[in-house]
Design a protein around this ligand. Structure first.
Ligand code: NAP
Length: 452
């Protein structure tokens, strides 16, 4: 028997657990999937936008895996925290696979980032997704008419779309009721999504981009002059297919915007240099420097500036891995050093420690990218299994965790949260609605002691 802990119940963690129990070479693998939160599914629950129901339905696939009898979900356990160190975990399991993602947003490093009204897209996403750590976040949407989103990746597209959507489209989702109320009262009329490079270099994918043009009562617009600044505009034959398709979509938006309730404007070749504030310490505009292509995929500054008015600014410039106490960390890449998923300590594979997902390869790719990534890690672990399995372990790690004063939320606890969310939705005349705070989640799980 080989007992494995997977830390993190997002896609990479669940795919790692699935690979480990479904293979045939090493019999008797049992996996505990640990999560800091009492709810599973990681970014599928707390990152995929609530209006993306099809992607969210991936939760059903992850659920099937977590209900396998050889896998146990243990929520409300913070690995690397004061009560459960990485060393202790290795005492309890033959191997540990860290799938802890990339939890932090990147910053711009320009003046004014601490002004009121300037937030990370990560915080906005966490808030509308009901992440319990974001329960105290507030966004002054009623007093915002113009918002600026900095960045041109899929997260930027998500937050732009959520700002532009109306209440009737959001009410059927599972977003928390306070967030729905705040978005329903939003004064936002104009959202500018701003990229520092050209349209052919934007990171968003075409399906996500195209959706911006389908939102009810929203006009989506691109300045044709900014499109033609891109050398690929006139000859896109050398571009990757996604970039070519993106340009095709953008071309259709390059005519004058019709008058509608809300406008989305995509801007290119503008790099943020400063966030400007009023005397009350609230952001009023973003100052950008016009850039020009350097013909090597990058841009150069032109010294020409443009201010775009905004009462709300969301920086959406990518996620970043966070060091987990007890695990090595490469600050240059914000990932854990590894070889084919084996954690490296001082250049050597650390016995029994593995990584998968964003903490292994950085915050890139779509959900499906995690499957081959997790498989590679699981294969390394299975190759090491004969040596790992020689170690004698305590009978059941769950007993040891409980004796250490920890209060794991097991699968029935999670199912109780789901039931409570369905009941909350019914009481509000909506479908299932997320419980957005720690006490609410833990109470719903049936936990009597709320200490993590
Ligand atoms: P991303 O794809 O890496 O995009 C980051 C954006 O920020 C890029 O446009 C980048 O521009 C820009 N940027 C970085 N530093 C900047 C700076 N200092 N000033 C101005 N702009 C800056 O990151 P993401 O949008 O956070 O997405 C993370 C991953 O999640 C991606 O793989 C994404 O596809 C995935 N995701 C997928 C979906 C979906 O499939 N629906 C939804 C959400 C997220 P440069 O290119 O010039 O560096």
């Amino acid at each position: 028997m080989l007992r494995v802990a997977v830390v993190g119940s997002g896609p990479s963690g669940v795919y790692a657990a699935q690979t480990l129990v479904q293979q045939r070479e090493v019999p008797g693998v049992h996996v505990d999937v640990l999560d800091r939160l009492p709810a599973p599914y990681g970014l599928v629950r707390y990152g995929v936008a609530p209006d993306h129901e099809k992607i969210k339905s991936l939760q059903n696939n992850l659920r099937t895996v977590l209900e396998d009898t050889r896998i146990r979900f243990l929520g409300n356990l913070e690995v690397g925290g004061p009560n459960l160190s990485t060393t202790r975990l290795l005492d309890l399991y033959h191997a540990v696979v860290y799938c802890v993602g990339a939890a932090r947003d990147r910053t711009l490093g320009i003046p004014g980032e601490d002004l009121a009204g300037v937030h990370s897209a990560t915080a906005f996403v966490a808030w509308y997704s009901g992440h319990p750590d974001a329960a105290a976040e507030t966004f002054d949407l009623p007093n915002t008419t113009s918002a600026v989103v900095i960045g041109a990746g899929n997260v930027a597209v998500d937050v732009t779309r959520m700002l532009a959507r109306g209440e009737p489209e959001l009410a059927p989702t599972d977003m928390p009721h306070p967030a729905l109320g705040a978005l329903a009262d939003s004064g936002v009329r104009s959202v500018s999504m701003v990229a520092r490079r050209g349209p052919s270099q934007a990171k968003f994918t075409t399906k996500e981009l195209r959706e911006l043009g389908t939102l009810p009562h929203v006009a989506t617009h691109v300045d044709p002059a900014e499109l033609t600044l891109d050398p690929a505009f006139t000859d896109d034959s050398a571009l990757p297919a996604v970039a070519r398709r993106n340009l095709d979509v953008l071309r259709t938006w390059a005519s004058a915007a019709p008058t509608t309730d809300r406008t989305i404007t995509l801007r290119f070749y503008l790099r943020p240099v400063e966030l400007l504030g009023g005397p009350d310490g609230h952001v009023t505009a973003v100052r950008f420097e016009r850039t020009a292509p350097d013909h090597h995929g990058g841009v150069v500054g032109t010294g020409v500036h443009e201010d775009i008015e905004a009462q709300l600014v969301l920086r959406s410039v990518g996620y970043q891995g966070v060091p987990l106490p007890g695990l090595p960390f490469d600050p240059a890449t914000a990932t854990v050093p590894h070889a084919a998923g084996r954690v490296l300590r001082d250049g050597r594979a650390s016995v029994g420690e593995y990584v998968a997902g964003w903490i292994k390869r950085g915050p890139t790719g779509v959900i499906g990218t995690n499957r081959p990534c997790a498989k590679e890690t699981a294969s390394s672990l299975l190759q090491d299994a004969p040596a790992l399995a020689r170690r004698n372990l305590p009978d059941d790690p769950l007993d040891a965790l409980r004796s250490a004063g920890l209060h794991p939320v097991e699968w029935p606890g999670w199912l109780a949260i789901e039931t409570a969310e369905a009941a909350l939705g019914r009481s509000l005349g909506r479908r299932s609605v997320k419980i957005p705070d720690w006490p609410g989640l833990l109470t719903a799980s049936g936990a009597t002691d709320h200490t993590p």
